[in-house]
Design a protein around this ligand. Structure first.
Ligand SMILES: [Zn+2]
Length: 231
């Protein structure tokens, strides 16, 4: 093979792979258009309270409640869900990532609440590490900021362990500041937590099936309907 044709072959291969120089984290599989399972990670738990603030209570309780609601809504939208914890137990960060990485075709969504020494600080933040999770992060953030009184602290990249270790697209959502009077009160309020879960669920369904495909679960279940209503 001549020098020239070898070069031509190499550059053809590079063209085919879109870009040779920018293939960051090739180990993260882009499942954002195919995923069937959502791994829902309730931040902290057990001996790890997370943030604990006067207004919002323990972060680990608020995250578990939002995560549980989120998983339920996703199941109602026909996804399989796996929770990294479903009670007040401590699960190491590596184990959380491993639970996700064991799934067949998944994305990973970690639910947290924020904390600051400055009570005035408030707003939502969504984090990602691998670029394949970027769209999902933006979508979740876009939906969260439609909540009444919401403020947008932006989508950010971070080297968080649960994100860095993920083999699937992974995001971490900071659902407001427990240290802020208004958002802390929200975290203590069941309907506010349900709305947080609803916004995240809507973003996940949109990401997978396209905008506007999410149907918020009815408050009345089918079984209640059949026992109560007649046409
Ligand atoms: Zn946290």
């Amino acid at each position: 093979m001549s020098r020239f044709s070898r070069y031509a072959l190499l550059s053809a291969a590079c063209g085919f792979l879109a870009s040779c120089s920018s293939v960051p984290q090739a180990h993260v599989k882009d499942t954002t258009r195919t995923f069937t399972t959502v791994v829902v990670d309730a931040g902290h738990g057990g001996k790890d309270n997370g943030a604990f603030r006067q207004y919002g209570g323990a972060e680990k309780s608020a995250t578990l409640d939002v995560a549980t609601r989120l998983a339920r809504k996703l199941r109602e939208s026909q996804f399989s869900t796996v929770m990294t914890r479903s009670s007040d137990v401590f699960v190491p960060l590596d184990e959380r990532a491993a639970i996700s990485n064991r799934q067949k075709n998944a994305i990973f969504v970690s639910v947290h609440f924020n904390d600051s020494r400055r009570r005035g600080i408030h707003g939502f933040e969504t984090y990602y590490h691998s670029p394949v999770a970027r769209n999902l992060a933006y979508r979740i953030q876009q939906h969260l900021v439609t909540m009444r009184g919401a403020s947008n602290r932006g989508v950010k990249t971070a080297n968080f362990r649960v994100l860095r270790k993920a083999l699937y697209p992974a995001v971490l959502v900071e659902c407001g500041f427990l240290s802020n009077r208004s958002e802390g009160a929200g975290a203590r309020n069941a309907s506010y937590r349900d709305e947080l879960a609803d916004k995240i669920a809507e973003a996940i369904v949109d990401e997978r099936y396209g905008k506007g495909t999410y149907r918020a679960p009815q408050t009345a279940s089918d079984s209640a309907d059949s026992s109560g209503h007649t046409e």
